[in-house]
Design a protein around this ligand. Structure first.
Ligand code: CU
Length: 140
């Protein structure tokens, strides 16, 4: 499934080319999307405003996760992880133990989204590709 195909069903998303630069000023958008290549979030860093929603989409053939680093979630902000887990430990354990969404897996063609309601910097990673696949959301 290519990137445009999965984006076409989501009306609030601004599509960004896989090789393109994401610039809030040029898009004038209130939502952002982040692609998941086989080994990277694209783009790896985005800056948004409080209340914006980020949508991650997986056009690759591999399963990925979006999993926040719990220790770095700013005070007062909700923990977030694909699969809806409340802790990083639960997310890591469930990835090993379960298939599909119960394991927090974002399969080919699927999306995950999170709305950021508290300002701060939110580092996150993909569980099976943590050595190469990390990202940051800056919420202003
Ligand atoms: Cu991954």
């Amino acid at each position: 499934m290519d990137r445009r195909a999965f984006l076409s069903g989501a009306t609030t998303v601004v599509a960004v080319g896989l090789a393109g630069c994401l610039s809030r000023s040029s898009l004038g958008a209130t939502d952002f999307d982040i692609g998941m290549d086989s080994d990277a979030f694209d783009p790896e860093e985005v800056t948004i405003e409080t209340g914006d929603t980020v949508i991650w989409g997986n056009p690759s053939s591999r399963a990925h996760s979006v999993t926040a680093y719990e220790a770095t979630v700013p005070d007062g902000a909700a923990y977030f992880a694909s699969g809806g887990f409340d802790t990083e430990r639960d997310a890591r354990d469930s990835w090993r133990e379960h298939t599909g969404s119960a394991g927090g897996k974002i399969l080919s063609g699927e999306t995950y989204e999170h709305t950021f309601k508290i300002p701060g910097t939110f580092p996150y990673f993909c569980i099976p590709h943590e050595n190469v696949m990390t990202g940051r959301i800056h919420v202003e």
